[in-house]
Design a protein around this ligand. Structure first.
Ligand SMILES: [Zn+2]
Length: 350
């Protein structure tokens, strides 16, 4: 709330401190059995709206300041691919309505969302027009739903991010526009990451940064270069997977203990053994904060315990912190004086 009692907008909140936006709906709903890996289209907003609503609420409980409408990949190209273009507007409006209800109930910010079109080609004028049209229709529905701001994300072509930033700017709402960087530390056009972020800022984005594809440890070096290159708040939403040198993206991870994947690689349905634990997410959050990052989140693979760790690393106590661990009461590992010694003395034999 500001001094007039009105709810603070995104930029006002960022002026006061960091903002957390939980993401990763595609992967989490896929794991829960409500969304199909492959096309990765969020039909779940029509088929099981209660599951989407529940996940929004769980992320807010864990510390998210934002409810992001689940319109990721709810665009014309993806719906064409699954033969459901007729449902495009319905899916978008429904996703926005589900998110709005949760944001209103929890007094969090409501965000609209646009993303990589998979149509855009930097040399293809027709694709550039098509991309802009796809963004305009989705941004239009988000504006009509009354969102507080709009997220444009997962752009590996910076040129596509520039169009997103322009279209969001034209809506009059704040825009968070994040690039995604694959194995090579550059955009798909070959621009350096700090240069690309600066250009996205110049195109009108209010927050710029990175989301998806890279885990905490391969995203941090890029964030270190972005912060001094731009004058707007910087966003960081890594995937919670242990990417590392030589395997900078989650698509490039290889599992030394298992190789019978349907696709030949762990991505996207067998990344479990690479999942970052909650302490790694805390470590990342503190390091990124120290670098100057102010807009935080976790992308594909995120679960509520990651968001709680992120919130706690930023000094918050979200409702879920009521259940943060207290191992002093553990029957075998605890220190509570009333615990039975026959169990505590057995702890090193467990
Ligand atoms: Zn992602």
């Amino acid at each position: 709330m500001n001094t007039n009692g009105a709810r603070l907008g995104l930029m006002e909140r960022l002026a006061e401190g960091p903002v957390i936006c939980a993401e990763g709906y595609l992967f989490e709903l896929e794991r829960r059995g409500y969304l199909q890996a492959g096309a990765f289209v969020p039909e779940v907003v029509l088929d099981h709206p209660e599951e989407v609503s529940q996940l929004h609420r769980q992320f807010v409980h864990a510390g998210s300041d934002v409810v992001e409408a689940f319109t990721y990949y709810a665009h014309r190209e993806k719906l064409r691919l699954i033969g459901r273009e007729e449902a495009l507007e319905q899916i978008n409006r429904q996703a926005l309505a589900i998110a709005k209800e949760v944001a209103d109930d929890t007094e969090t910010l409501l965000a609209g969302n646009i993303c990589n079109t998979n149509v855009y080609g930097p040399e293809d004028e027709e694709s550039i027009r098509e991309t802009r049209k796809m963004f305009e229709e989705q941004v239009g529905w988000a504006v009509e739903a009354g969102v507080d701001f709009i997220i444009g994300e997962t752009f590996s072509y910076a040129g596509e991010a520039l169009i997103a930033a322009e279209v969001i700017k034209e809506s009059g709402l704040p825009g968070v526009v994040t690039l995604t960087v694959h194995r090579d530390p550059e955009t798909r056009e070959g621009w350096t990451v700090p240069d690309a972020c600066k250009r996205v800022e110049d195109a009108g984005a209010d927050v710029v940064g990175l989301n998806c594809i890279r885990g905490p440890w391969t995203m941090l070096p890029l964030l270190r270069e972005i912060v001094p290159a731009v004058s707007v708040p910087v966003a960081a939403l890594p995937v919670p997977y242990r990417t590392h040198e030589g395997h900078e993206s989650f698509q490039s991870l290889h599992d030394p203990d298992y190789d019978k994947f349907p696709t030949g690689i762990p991505f996207p349905t067998a990344l479990d053994p690479f999942t970052c634990n909650r302490y790694e997410i805390s470590d990342f959050t503190r390091e990124a904060y120290d670098l100057g990052v102010r807009y935080f989140g976790v992308c594909c693979g995120a679960a509520p315990h990651h968001i709680r760790s992120m919130a706690e690393a930023l000094g918050r106590t979200p409702p879920a912190s009521r259940y943060s661990e207290d191992m002093s009461k553990h029957a075998f590992l605890g220190t509570d004086p009333t615990l039975r010694s026959q169990n505590t003395e057995f702890s090193d034999k467990m």
